[in-house]
Ligand binder design. Sequence first.
Ligand code: ADP
Ligand code: MG
Length: 343
Amino acid sequence: MDDNIRTEISSLGEFGLIDHLTRNNDTRQAGTILSIGDDAAVIDQFGRQCVVTTDLLLEGIHFDLMYTPLKHLGYKAVAVNLSDIYAMMATPTQITLSLGISNKFSVEALEEFYEGVYAACERYNVDLVGGDTTSSKKGFVISVTAIGEVAPDKYVTRNGAKVNDLVCVSGNLGAAYLGLQLLEREKKIFLENPGVQPDLESQKYLVGRILKPEPRADIVDWLQENDIMPTAMIDVSDGLSSELLHICKKSEVGCILYEDKIPVHDDTKAMAMQFQVGTAACALSGGEDYELLFTIRQEDYEKISRNYDISVIGYITEAKEGAHLQTKGGAKHKLTAQGWNAF
Ligand code: ADP
Ligand code: MG
């Protein structure tokens, strides 16, 4: 390495940085059947397959304690990790939880956080089996690792989408982003005028989507019960564009996404008007929805159409055709990932 060269992290971005740092990563163990590059890794232990994923949440980057109840934060820290396990079509079984805690926290505050952690463990039937605790000079640090299991070779990666497959998404998109905008707006009003108490009651749905997301275990169950094996799958943490581009890149395909097919909740539509942003933009670039984005074979269309909580939003094309959004007006735009980027 030349000592005189300094490359800014921002020139690579989050994904570019991961690719760069792991480009020479070797696999030594026969049991490592899927390594870096998906929602979770897959490890084979004498025919049994387990999936592993980890996430780091930092105060000030991923959450703001001014408007995030600790119980919700505990729940969400677990939920977002489980979402990556479900995105492999696997079932979560255990988690570990590591914390960096500053002295501004009381034992009671941490108990509240754990109430949320335990509530998520109960809801999704997983065991908390360990972790680590240290002090932090500034800010609350949360790291969760989730482990899950899957029948041998029944996991779904990001790289199996084929030309003509249908692109599907669960639930609706863009709500979490607007929930966050709403909380940020109320925070600003409160800081300027502490006498004013925010009224968020009428926006329970949007605020709930950002503060207490639910991973789509139900969708994975339904797909399994109906014998539908997606060809590729990813969870929507960074926004629809970014996730669909991950599938396209890994699967070496292109896609057409129809703007008018993107599922959006009525509350999202109303709030998007207030904030004067397009609902499609919220869905495409907002993130934190924790829905499942997946591709299926055309022959599974009829089965999928029976589930009203799954929308078919586009289809897969040859790589050379690129990844495009077809707008309501009929115009075609190149899909770009403006997803969340810490750098
Ligand atoms: P997700 O959004 O599903 O959590 P990420 O975009 O965070 O996925 O990560 C993509 C892939 O890169 C995953 O396989 C993850 O384990 C891996 N990864 C992320 N950061 C690092 C790192 N610092 N070192 C090695 N692998 C990493
Ligand atoms: Mg993911």
